[in-house]
Design a binder for this molecule. Structure first.
Ligand SMILES: N[C@@H](CCC(=O)N[C@@H](CS)C(=O)NCC(=O)O)C(=O)O
Length: 209
């Protein structure tokens, strides 16, 4: 497998995390996202016309979107079938939280781009920050309800790809000036994810917090 990757991308980190937790070998193709904007050049647009990373290539299969990639890797390579279990209700819950990770939580990504890199001045950071807090509050409430039922993970009694997809941006939210100290359920759950075998760090996500 080949992962078109950028070290400080939270979306690429989602994929690197699952590949590490499953101990799968892969080749990283470093995309000069910044300052080179290589993801907007014709060569890369042929791989992903949306001009976004990550992209995973496995043989003839070319996949964009971190959530789609997580689903593929788990369904194809997780021999334990726990990261994406066959149970339809769990699959439905996982799909719901994958959509949340690729939707509402991406407001944290928008604020990070705005605050960390040049060229994203058009992003309404205040609106994205407020949207991010709404999303974090929803996730925090969900995790509180899970804990009341004795469930420590987002979509099942054990970690699934929903936990990986939802982990990256809440863990990185301080890069966008978003304070998550009040989201106690999220903070406890982030620590649980950090303790999973195969967990890896990225710049901005230390091993312990
Ligand atoms: N739906 C995609 C979105 C990924 C995404 O937004 N990636 C960012 C980097 S983290 C990107 O490539 N942005 C393009 C740009 O800023 O021009 C996913 O969830 O993987």
């Amino acid at each position: 497998m080949k992962l078109y990757d950028y070290e400080i991308s939270g979306s690429c980190y989602k994929v690197r995390l699952l590949l590490s937790m499953l101990n799968l070998p892969y080749e990283k193709v470093a995309v000069d996202f910044y300052p080179g904007k290589a993801h907007r050049q014709p060569d890369f647009l042929r791989i992903n016309p949306l001009g976004q990373i990550p992209v995973l290539v496995d043989g003839d299969l070319v996949l964009r979107d971190a959530q789609a990639i997580l689903l593929y890797i788990a369904a194809r390579y997780d021999a334990s079938s726990t990261w994406y279990p066959a149970d339809p209700a769990t699959q439905g819950r996982i799909a719901m939280w994958l959509a949340f990770a690729g939707g509402e939580l991406m407001q944290i990504s928008a604020v990070r781009l705005h605050d960390m890199l040049m060229g994203y001045e058009h992003i309404d950071a205040a609106a994205a920050r407020s949207g991010a807090h709404k999303a974090l509050a929803i996730l925090d409430q969900h995790l509180a309800e899970c804990e009341i039922r004795g469930q420590q993970w987002i979509a099942a009694a054990h970690p699934t790809i929903a936990d990986i997809a939802c982990f990256a941006y809440p863990a990185l939210c301080h890069d966008g000036g978003i304070d998550r100290s009040a989201y106690h359920n999220i903070n406890r759950w982030l620590r649980r994810v950090r303790a999973l075998p195969g967990f890896i760090v990225m710049p901005g996500v230390p091993a312990y917090a």
